[in-house]
Design a protein around this ligand. Structure first.
Ligand code: COI
Length: 356
């Protein structure tokens, strides 16, 4: 294995200046899994210390049927992206933020987590090992999926005695089938994504399985996804199944505050800073469903969705459409600022990108 690690590092150094990529249909990447060459794996037992990680050929992993993750959902995931610059080098976007979020989530889920340094090193190593899968500039990105799972065997409900940290990657294009076109959201009126005191604010795997039913129904009825309301008042916006939400009215940008029931998105946080830098007023507060129906523009943010404009929102049978077919000027401006920064086309004054 150390041979693999070594060989991969050398190949990466060798091909540092090259723009060589695999032969894929780069113009038609969606958000489906494209298996790549290597994955990263590292284990940790009860002592909380992770072993030296290793790169392995991408493929199935062995897991006990009684593992904590399979039986009780003790698992977290992360999502971040690598972009190829025109000179062939690769940029990661704020990987330390993902490491920190995983550490916070791990604390909530009673799991040990890798240090920020170990996490970032592992991400770098995995991306370099799969360098040829990073799409050419402007054609998409390499989506990086770190996972932390309770891999040790349990029967009674308790934290697992062993944990596995994994990273796999996949080249991706646009998340929604609409591509960059605005999405149509349905405000969910029956189910809720999270409750106060629950785990809505961490990236635990169960938060995602539980939204599938409402999402499936919405898709069957022609919507792109579901927008959740808070479970206490059934009135305030929370988030979409896979992303955060922003509302623009009279050039003021508002987004639900982070208070334990919504995911503290890294793109959310970045967009707030980008918008402030562009001179916008940004408010993090309770945003009611009535406000979203009266907004000038609405957009979603997330690693996978980047900045996706919302074309319409439907609530209790009432459909509201947003101007310019949903691609508002503010969403457009913020999308462009953020993506140019991520792709290295704009000077990174924030220090958010990490060059490999
Ligand atoms: C991401 O945006 O990275 C996410 O984790 C959302 C996921 C459902 C694709």
């Amino acid at each position: 294995l150390s041979t693999i690690r070594c060989a991969v590092t050398e190949t990466s150094v060798y091909s540092k200046e090259s723009t060589e990529t695999v032969d894929l249909d780069w113009d038609n990447l969606g958000f489906g899994l494209v298996p790549t060459d290597y994955m990263y794996k590292m284990k940790c037992t009860q002592n909380g210390i992770f072993t030296e990680g290793e790169l392995l050929r991408y493929g199935p992993i062995e897991l006990s049927p009684s593992s904590g993750v399979l039986n009780y959902g003790q698992g977290l995931f992360e999502g971040l992206k690598a972009y190829r610059k025109e000179d062939g080098s690769i940029l990661l976007f704020r990987p330390e933020e993902n490491a920190l979020r995983m550490r916070k989530g791990a604390e909530r889920m009673c799991m040990p987590a890798p240090s920020v340094e170990k996490f970032v090193d592992a991400v770098k190593l995995t991306v370099l090992a799969n360098k040829r899968w990073v799409p050419p500039t402007g054609k998409g990105s390499l989506y990086i999926r770190p996972l932390l799972i309770g891999s040790g065997a349990v029967l009674g409900l308790s934290p697992a005695p062993e944990y596995t940290f994994l990273i796999f990657v996949s080249p991706v294009g646009n998340y929604f089938k609409e591509g960059l076109a605005p999405v149509n959201l349905l405000v969910e009126n029956e189910f809720h994504r999270a409750a106060p005191g629950g785990t809505g604010g961490v990236k635990t795997i169960g938060n995602y399985a539980s939204v599938l039913k409402a999402q499936k129904k919405a898709k069957e009825n022609g919507f792109s996804d579901v927008l959740y309301l808070d479970s206490t008042h059934k009135k305030y916006l929370e988030e979409v199944s896979s992303c955060n939400i922003f509302v623009v009215k009279n050039k003021v940008i508002s987004t639900p505050e982070v208070k334990g029931t919504i995911l503290p998105g890294i793109t959310r946080k970045s967009i707030i800073d980008v918008a402030l830098g562009q001179g916008y007023q940004v408010e993090e507060r309770a945003v009611s469903v009535d406000e979203v129906l009266d907004a000038d523009e609405v957009f979603c943010t997330g690693t996978a969705v980047v900045v996706t404009p919302v074309g319409s929102i439907t609530f209790l049978g009432r459909r509201v459409e947003y101007g310019n077919k949903g691609v508002g000027a503010v969403s457009q401006e913020l999308y462009s600022e953020l993506t140019r920064l991520q792709m290295g086309l704009l000077e990174d004054k924030m220090g958010w990108t990490m060059k490999l």
